[in-house]
Design a protein around this ligand. Structure first.
Ligand code: ADP
Length: 244
């Protein structure tokens, strides 16, 4: 087991957004989280890497046991060093080139020399087929290209787990496939990932397990065929028939 959340709770004022999430992730698994908008999926990811702090709950990650409501500074840094996040809106530095966006974390986060960081960044760009764009700024790239650079930036750090927050939902439909292709390639390489997405074909084809999320709870978890072909919970059935 790589990561295990127990009873993660989070509320914003009187809004109980996460009502006690239990989730375990094994090394090499692709966990895909589906469910209605506003149900707390993004908040869950943000609590895992401490972009938000939970009200209660624990997280076991590698050999560390962390109280999610009272993480130490060291624990926060440690978790961030071993995880990476890919955002809906890419979050690239606008005044840095594609290459610099990727190499930055290697130099400042991991203390690599500029030369070594550039070499690794070039390799990562090559993997997503964008080496020829290394000197381009985000504004000179399509949304799909920016997101592929977002993925390269995340994976170049060699994280134990990559958290994807609706990585294709800001993209024009014709660009979605290229990003999903990169994500599938990563999954095939054994990268552990948690993916929040509305792309049901990705969930069906790539997920090791699918978790259906509604109203701040995971209502059911199972293999893709179990969730898509034989959903047990009425809410899951409703959700799937509404989007079909
Ligand atoms: P999803 O990803 O499933 O669409 P979110 O996690 O983005 O859902 O949001 C769940 C709920 O939490 C929503 O009602 C949203 O308004 C609320 N929420 C999220 N972040 C904050 C915040 N920083 N402050 C207040 N409310 C928030």
């Amino acid at each position: 087991m790589l990561l295990e959340l127990k009873q993660l709770k989070k509320q914003f004022k009187e809004n109980h957004v996460l009502k006690g999430i239990d989730l375990s992730v094994n090394k090499g698994e692709v966990i895909v989280i589906i469910g209605p908008s506003g149900s707390g999926k993004t908040t869950l990811l943000r609590n895992i890497n401490f972009l938000e702090t939970a009200d209660s709950g624990t997280m076991a990650f590698r050999d560390q046991q962390i109280d999610l409501s009272r993480p130490t500074k060291e624990q926060i840094l440690w978790v961030r060093r071993h995880t990476a996040m890919v955002f809906q809106n890419y979050n690239l530095f606008k005044n840095k080139t594609a290459l610099e966006n990727i190499s930055e974390g290697l130099v400042f986060g991991q203390g690599k020399s500029k030369l070594e960081a550039d070499e690794l960044a070039e390799k990562a760009l090559d993997q997503v087929g964008l080496l020829d764009k290394k000197g381009f700024y985000p504004s000179q790239l399509s949304g799909g290209q920016q997101q592929r650079i977002g993925i390269a930036r995340a994976t170049v750090l060699n994280p134990d787990i990559v958290l994807f927050d609706e990585p294709t939902s800001a993209l024009d439909p014709e660009l979605v496939g290229t990003v999903l292709h990169d994500m599938k390639q990563l999954a095939d390489q054994g990268q552990t990932m948690i993916v929040v997405t509305h792309q049901m074909s990705f969930a069906r084809n790539v997920a090791s397990r699918v978790a259906f999320f509604a109203d701040g709870e995971i209502l059911e978890t199972g293999r893709p065929d179990e969730i898509f072909d034989h959903p047990q919970h009425e809410r899951t059935q409703q959700f799937l028939s509404a989007i079909a």
